[in-house]
Design a protein around this ligand. Sequence first.
Ligand code: OGA
Ligand code: NI
Length: 340
Amino acid sequence: MAPTSLKPVQELLQSGYVPETYIQKLEDDGPVPLMDSPIIDFSLLSSSNPEELKKLCSALSSWGCFQLVNHGIKSELLDEIREMSKQFFKLPLEEKEKYSSKGDSLEGYGNDNAIRRGNFNWNDKLHLQVFPHCKRQLQYWPEKPQIFRETLHDYSIKTELVTNVLLKAMSRSLKLEENRFFELWGDDKEDIIHARFNFYPRCPSSNQVVGLKAHTDGSAITILLQDKEIEGLQVLKDGQWFRVPIIPEALVIHVGDQLEIASNGIFKSPIHKVVINPQCDRISLAMLPLPNPEKEIGPLKELITEDRPQLYKRLKDYGQVYFKYMASEERQINVVKINN
Ligand code: OGA
Ligand code: NI
């Protein structure tokens, strides 16, 4: 039996009290304004529309995130993904525990709280590596609901496609040869995509717990499918938190730390967090494309100039740095910063 602190938070909720370890002294941010989200039209990116590329570049270098519309993924598939995640987390604990993370595996059902110091996140997750195919650990892939495996497979393929087009457009938006960011992710059969299904149970003490504490993502980019009804994601810009609006058919795209590194700091990996709703559960699915850890990544040479000296070291396996410094209060990316 897991100690109380490591139980799925969903189970804690049923026991009717919130353990001390989850209680945070949260500052009252006051009313949090809604983000005026840049909206990027995917179909215009594929046709290299100059205005849209300009908009993309500006979104990535200011907010570090935007809402992607017209991405070609049918809303039926998005709804299916949302529905099957809800169904999975609704299963009895014994059923979900068939997919519990074993040892120190990142994959499987559980929560991250075991590896974090300090306060805990009010979040359960199911974490699965979907690419490369040969690295799939199917023992962690739920068989219930029945559509789960096939639907996730379909969605992974769409994610791969969207990532490829986005990275090419991002290169072009900086007047680079279009395959430059493709070298970060996409040119290597061993490049990875992780899927992280998030579940944030409602919590009566929602003003004292945090869904996911402020963090940046360690990915190249993140493709986030939000809950269709329940808000929760917030992004920090110039010291101010903003609520990310729900646009049901849109995908939220974040710059991840590894793209910030490759772009030599031009694109910003945004600090974001998730807040909890007192009455309603919330789900989301983050798809995280990550470079093959054997591959060296670093700032592209065209983006290193006299005015913009190299900001980050070149390195392999940023993921390891990311997890090693997970509990630190500072951004993990600072560990690979060059102090010019
Ligand atoms: C994440 C994340 C946001 C959300 O999984 O890294 O930031 O809205 N998720 O669930
Ligand atoms: Ni995140």
